[in-house]
Design a binder for this molecule. Structure first.
Ligand SMILES: NC(=O)c1ccc[n+]([C@@H]2O[C@H](COP(=O)([O-])OP(=O)(O)OC[C@H]3O[C@@H](n4cnc5c(N)ncnc54)[C@H](O)[C@@H]3O)[C@@H](O)[C@H]2O)c1
Length: 285
């Protein structure tokens, strides 16, 4: 995908709902063929029918992104049925809430498996193909929660921080080859995230009370259409970080101020201050 042209074929995980479906609708308007990938077969059927009603080719691929073999299989099918995928959107995600120590190990496994390993599987399935072609684009969905840890969101924040980090690494590795990389870090967006999470969390058969506390924030979040529009605009400019809530800049600024203070404390430290700690001349991208 060049920065001027819309992608020809997009592979979107979590594509049957919320942000993924909104992006699919937006891309369908400019003729992108779509592989919608989701574990929820029923909503996938509705999503494919909706996109096809826009006179755009779409296929639905039932797949659990936490399963590497399933993601590779879906990637092969997308390439075979629609042509080479040039936009990969690793977007499927779930949330669990609770205090660290109280959260069950099943919840930790589940969130890391979907939010982190799901993204890694999408990257593993497509990066070699994009490198071989010398073009394409990878968009990973993280969250503002990936920009700073927050109380009662341990697994979610940890998984999303890892997605931010992986995206920064990929950007350093793939940009020189002409392959685009962005990481989407939304604030609250009006989707079914809290509901799909209750429905699928293996450890929480009942609604998690701390996740319930986040529900009104998701229900009054910004519209998915605005997020989809921002994504398309930012990908044209090859922006690494895609934010949707300028008002949340204080989250990053507070973190940066704390980090700055911590560097100053190290500079004042008798244990450290006499040592040569200048950054070696290597490029980290
Ligand atoms: N809604 C928000 O406020 C918000 C904020 C920041 C980040 N995000 C992130 O945006 C992404 C999309 O979420 P959304 O808000 O559109 O929610 P959503 O629940 O509407 O969509 C998520 C989709 O992912 C699918 N999914 C879940 N587990 C899966 C799995 N194992 N394999 C395949 N598909 C799976 C669900 O079936 C669903 O269709 C997620 O990564 C989420 O963490 C959302």
């Amino acid at each position: 995908m060049s920065s001027e042209q819309p992608p020809q074929v997009a592979f979107i995980t979590g594509g049957s709902s919320g942000i993924g479906l909104a992006l699919a609708r937006r891309l369908a308007r400019t003729g992108t063929k779509l592989a919608l990938v989701d574990r929820d077969e029923e909503s996938l059927g509705h999503a494919v029918a909706e996109i096809e009603s826009m006179q755009t080719r779409a296929i639905g691929l039932v797949c659990d992104v936490g399963d590497r073999a399933q993601v590779f299989h879906a990637a092969e099918r997308a390439d075979a049925e629609l042509g080479p995928v040039d936009l990969v959107v690793n977007n499927a995600g779930v949330g669990a809430a609770g205090a660290i120590g109280d959260i069950s190990s099943d919840s930790w496994d589940w969130v890391m498996r979907v939010n982190l390993m799901g993204v890694i599987h999408g990257i593993e399935a497509f990066v070699p193909k994009l490198k071989a072609r010398g073009r394409g684009y990878i968009l990973n969905t993280a969250s503002m929660a990936g920009m700073r840890g927050g109380a009662f969101m341990g697994p979610y924040c940890a998984s999303k921080a890892a997605v931010v980090s992986i995206s920064e690494t990929l950007y350093a590795e793939l940009s020189p080859m002409g392959i685009g990389v962005s990481v989407l870090c939304p604030g609250f967006v009006k989707t079914r995230l809290h509901l799909t999470s209750f429905e699928t969390d293996p450890a929480n058969k009942e609604a998690d009370p701390q996740l319930v506390a986040f529900s009104p924030l998701i229900e009054t979040g910004i519209p998915v259409e605005a997020v989809a529009e921002r994504i398309v605009e930012a990908m044209k400019n090859r922006e690494l970080y895609i934010f949707t809530h300028p008002g949340y800049a204080s989250i990053v600024e507070e973190r940066y101020a704390q980090l700055r203070q911590a560097f100053e404390a190290a500079a004042q430290s008798p244990a450290i201050s006499s040592l040569d700690t200048a950054l070696p001349a290597i490029s980290l991208g």
